[in-house]
Design a protein around this ligand. Structure first.
Ligand code: TXA
Ligand code: MG
Length: 328
């Protein structure tokens, strides 16, 4: 079948680029990533340069299956085995003690390593063919929004910078993976994602801590890439509760072009430059769409982006987390 053979051709092209030390963009179920050979220090240096990412921000090594864990992690505690069994392949990243031979560039000099087995068929196919670990950060310039469509990757990187983007359509989850640190006394969620604390607790049979979003420098933060003002649109973003947002919208003059993401329908007919997104009430659909709406909103060059405060509850935690970072 032609689709299969073209997929194979793209995969082969990706493989040869990776083996030459180049970066390849690819879809995962969470967000698009930019992959390089995690054992190749020059390729890793190239990746940091492409993203404009500070060296102390460690990367997630992606594997085809949990069987490869022992090549990267020095110890695989029982909890890691349980979580891998329950959630891999899927949107979960585990922090474990690293093996001594893992390049320093991957872990930012840390003694721990982040590991994930992604589910997207294109990521799986490439990882299986590659046979080793790929370091895959989100495919955006440092500090920008993660891409959830192939065209978002192209908006951040030229053809010269990233010659190949494997197009797997829109990412299903839309927010980055849940990161669980298993190197401390108690398991701790460093970055909330689609897999909730309750799901992790149910599998481990013990409570987990959830790290708060607070103002810390890269050195102080346990997950250095999870700093506030990460995952940010270009326009300043502000979150308002329903009443406050309605009042802001009522008071807005026709000359001020602020973009709005609300659970309500737009109360007026706005000029075409104005952006109004009526967001779904469903947390999964909201998570899938959020980065895309923020990019669309940015394109209308608004003064600010106003977002209606989403509901509380465990399913909305990752969304609150990203909105808080984007607005800080
Ligand atoms: O869903 C995802 O995880 C996506 C897709 C592409 O797989 N990847 C992703 O990678 O979000 P990146 O590089 O954008 O974010 C990696 C996060 C950062 O917050 C970093 O601080 C954290 O993982 N991290 C990596 N190694 C760590 C370590 N040893 N200890 C604590 N945090 C770590
Ligand atoms: Mg990122």
């Amino acid at each position: 079948m032609s689709t299969t053979s073209s997929l194979d051709t793209a995969c082969e092209q990706a493989l040869s680029l990776l083996k030459q030390g180049n970066a390849v963009a690819l879809p995962t179920e969470t967000v698009y990533g930019l992959a390089v050979d995690a054992r190749n220090p020059e390729a890793l240096a190239h990746l940091f340069e492409l993203k404009g990412r500070p060296a102390e921000h460690p990367l997630i090594v992606h594997l085809a299956s949990a069987e490869q864990l022992e090549h990267w992690a020095d110890a695989v505690p029982e909890a890691a085995g349980k979580l891998a069994e329950a959630f891999w392949p899927g949107p979960l990243t585990l922090i474990l003690p690293k093996k001594a031979d893992v390049p320093d560039a991957v872990t930012g000099g840390k003694t721990t390593i982040a590991l994930r087995v992604p589910q997207h068929p294109m990521a799986q196919e490439l990882l299986q063919a590659f046979g080793s670990g790929l370091a895959i950060p989100s495919a955006n310039k440092f500090g920008r929004l993660s891409p959830t469509k192939a065209k978002h990757v192209r908006a951040d990187f030229t053809e010269e910078e990233v010659p190949l983007i494997l197009d797997g359509g829109q990412c299903e989850v839309g927010l980055e993976s849940t990161i669980v640190d298993l190197t401390g006394e108690k398991p701790e969620i460093l970055r909330p994602g689609a897999i909730t604390a309750a799901q992790v607790e149910a599998v481990l049979g013990q409570p987990v801590k959830v790290a708060a979003v607070v103002n810390k420098s890269a050195k102080e933060s346990k997950a250095p890439g999870t700093l506030p003002h990460h995952y940010a649109p270009e326009a300043p973003l502000k979150v308002f509760n329903k009443g406050a947002l309605e009042a802001k919208v009522q008071a807005m003059s026709a000359h001020v072009r602020n973009a709005v993401i609300s659970f309500n329908r737009s109360p007026r007919i706005w000029p075409s430059v104005f952006y109004w997104k009526r967001a779904p009430q469903d947390a999964e659909a909201y998570a899938q769409g959020l980065y895309n709406w923020l990019r669309e909103a940015d394109q209308t060059k608004p003064g600010q982006i106003w977002v209606e405060l989403p509901p509380d509850g465990p399913d909305w935690l990752a969304i609150h987390d990203r909105l808080k970072r984007a607005s800080s």
